[in-house]
Design a protein around this ligand. Sequence first.
Ligand SMILES: CC1=C(CCC(=O)O)c2cc3nc(cc4[nH]c(cc5[nH]c(cc1n2)c(C)c5CCC(=O)O)c(CCC(=O)O)c4C)C(CCC(=O)O)=C3C
Ligand SMILES: [Fe+2]
Length: 365
Amino acid sequence: MRTCGGAAVVAQYDAILLSSFGGPEGQDEVIPFLRNVTAGRGIPDERLEEVATHYRHFGGVSPINAQNRALKAALEAELAARGIALPVYWGNRNTAPFFADTVREAHAAGDDRLLGLVTSAYTSYSGVQQYREDFEQALQTTGLGAQVAIDRIREFFDHPGFVTPFVEGVGAAMRQLSQDGLVDDAVHVLYVTHSIPSTAAEESGPEFGPGGAYVAQHLAVARHIQEHAAPGTAWSLVYQSRSGDPRTPWLEPDINDAIDDLAVAGAVKAVVIVPFGFISDHMEVLWDLDNEAVATAEGHGMVALRVPTPSVHPAFVAGLIDLVLERLNDVPDAERSHLTELGPWPDHARVGAADAAPDSVGGAE
Ligand SMILES: CC1=C(CCC(=O)O)c2cc3nc(cc4[nH]c(cc5[nH]c(cc1n2)c(C)c5CCC(=O)O)c(CCC(=O)O)c4C)C(CCC(=O)O)=C3C
Ligand SMILES: [Fe+2]
């Protein structure tokens, strides 16, 4: 394990900015949340109402904020265990604490050089550009654009910290099925991620082939997990949670259609559902997978096992801190951890104060 003295750390960044999507924590927060999510995006009202029912079913509470509080606490414990004096702030895109408030709070405490830890593992508009725009907006709103600088750690889709919990989860599911006598042709592993519009997928990195970087990253990670946890078992990459205008093409197949097709083909008696598009149990996991996709499978008489998300798995928490250290120590590409041929994914340009740039003030403390 790479270690890093407290002084060196403080010289480069003042704090970590855990950056997430946000979610409602009560019935009265559902519609304001959905309006923020879809602002200016032309999502039809019927779709908003439909999505609201998913939240209402759980008392208007998304698990995402509780997950992020737990992750923040786990990151703080890991930093303390490694002797790294770096505070962790938490901000969201769509619900309080909003980025502008968090940036203001950090600045008031003297923490201007922030390292964003964005909870999106893959490259997409939602996971990359939109956070960049959120950070720019926060600096504009607070008027702190000349003082505050925000970097972010790279997309970590193929970092061992993110992938290991899925390898363990798929391995455990395969062992359980085999104890129940379900092996070989009777099992199909469904790697499921968030669908996005096909044009958005292409734009995520056309040089990576059909579906752009978004699809290429998911395929590479699925292959890795499969090789290490379920070699020889049939698998496919499928999608969940599409929205928008039905006439606009989105990535397919939908997980429910894929399960229907497996049922028609006949041989498959069990599906392993791998929610590798998300770092923790979000509403999309609880509703679209645990509720809908599992019901689809069981409706065909199939067994359905849903693998856990990384959440606060020790490997995931340690991996995120390794990614932070990689930036603090300016580790060269050749030494950056990655499990697929696509990595290590490159860092992104800084948002905000060029003059407060971590590199140019290194050692100022
Ligand atoms: C790629 C991707 C991720 C993963 C990467 C990342 O983390 O960013 C993600 C995460 C999330 N998406 C979430 C929730 C929603 N996403 C929506 C809408 C959309 N998501 C999209 C894509 C993604 N979304 C897209 C292309 C749309 C269409 C409209 C638009 O372009 O915006 C809508 C509107 C209603 C609907 O249309 O479904 C909601 C409510 C939550 C919170 C869940 C909770 O509460 O636990 C989380 C973590
Ligand atoms: Fe979304």
